[in-house]
Design a protein around this ligand. Structure first.
Ligand code: CP
Length: 337
């Protein structure tokens, strides 16, 4: 495996093999599988789970990892093409990325969306500018503008672990209130994952927060090919009818993308998009709650849900480590499984 960038790059059978490997590595640890291997981790955006779980994954497989982020005492990084570097930044990504990549056997990169222009972010222009400089080193997307494949692989495993049906399973991806405009990577990836898993997916969102057309159209085609479906709704009760699982996440208004004041204005009236027990009335009794974390209590979701039996966010987060162990094992062990 030369890169792990998006679930669309894999067949369903390949995802199943990765998930099987993740489960096996949990039950039968291989503490020497990646002995002597090094993973370079470049975090240009903040993290807790991704930062910790990649280091834990490498350690559990017998390898090592190092982290580089702007919070450390590194030189200021410039990314603009053709710029005369007479300002604060002392180093360009054209040198920094290949140097960091050259110290490891694989590199993980996190760089959130710039959120200035939706088309630019959908095209992953900024992220591609980084991965273009890794050379021959295998690389992993640790969250870009539109993709968070490690989260999606872990989420797929979590759905399997909790025996959620594939075809016929009702998956609600719901927008939730948040005081800040957040990226589209998780909702886009989550939608693709649930569609690829063959579930019946409803994207529940207020007007103005529709997911981008290309993301929706791709998910519809993927769902249809795998025995599922995709629809959108702004009607909470209708969307939650018979749901097996609700996956909550806040994301930016696509109607006001990159326009901070208009976006803030659009969110003002939407504070009641905080998931509480009332949301589950039309759902199945055993409907579960998922979220990628970090999550704002009392804003995105009520404590009663996070602390109650519906929530599976902790096993979901632990699955990040297991899913990434499978990816790293496949990428670096030199064996097929
Ligand atoms: N879900 C997730 O990626 O968490 P972090 O931002 O803490 O890495």
């Amino acid at each position: 495996m030369q890169s792990f960038n998006h679930l669309r790059d894999f067949e369903v059978a390949e995802i199943s093999e990765l998930l099987e490997l993740a489960g096996r590595l949990d039950e039968q640890p291989e503490p020497r599988a990646l002995e002597g291997k090094v993973l370079s981790l470049l975090f240009l955006s903040p993290s807790l789970r991704t930062l910790a779980s990649f280091q834990a994954a490498m350690t559990r497989l017998g390898g090592g990892a190092f982290v580089i982020s702007p919070d450390m005492s590194i030189h200021g990084l410039e990314s603009r093409h053709g710029i005369v570097m007479d300002g604060n930044a002392a180093e360009h990504i054209r040198e920094a990325v290949p140097v960091i990549a050259s110290y490891g056997d694989a590199i993980g990169i996190r760089a959130f969306a710039e959120r200035r222009d939706l088309d630019t972010d959908i095209k992953e222009t900024a992220f591609s500018a980084l991965t273009d400089f890794v050379g021959d080193t295998p690389w992993i997307n640790m969250e870009s503008a539109m993709s968070h494949p490690c989260q999606s692989l872990a989420d797929w495993k979590t759905l399997d672990d909790f025996n959620m049906p594939k075809q016929g399973g009702k998956f609600v991806l719901s927008w939730a209130y948040h005081p800040m405009a957040l990226p589209l990577a998780v909702p886009s990836s989550t939608l693709h994952m649930a569609a690829m898993r063959g579930m019946d997916v409803t994207v529940l969102r207020p007007e103005g927060f529709e997911l981008p057309d290309p993301i929706m159209r791709e998910a519809e085609a993927v769902a249809s090919a795998n025995g599922g479906s995709v629809r959108e709704s702004d009607n909470r009760a209708e969307a939650m009818e018979g749901a097996h699982v609700i996956y909550a996440k806040s994301w930016s208004s696509t109607q006001h993308y990159g326009q901070r004041n208009a976006e803030d204005q659009a969110r003002l009236e939407l504070r009641d998009w905080c998931v509480d027990e009332g949301w589950f009335e039309p759902a199945r009794d055993d409907c579960r709650f998922m979220h990628c974390l970090p999550v704002r209590r009392g804003v995105v979701v009520a404590d009663e849900i996070l602390d109650g039996p519906r929530s599976i966010v902790i096993p979901e987060a632990r699955n990040r480590m297991l899913a990434q162990m499978a990816v790293l094992h496949r990428m670096l062990s030199g064996s097929a499984t």
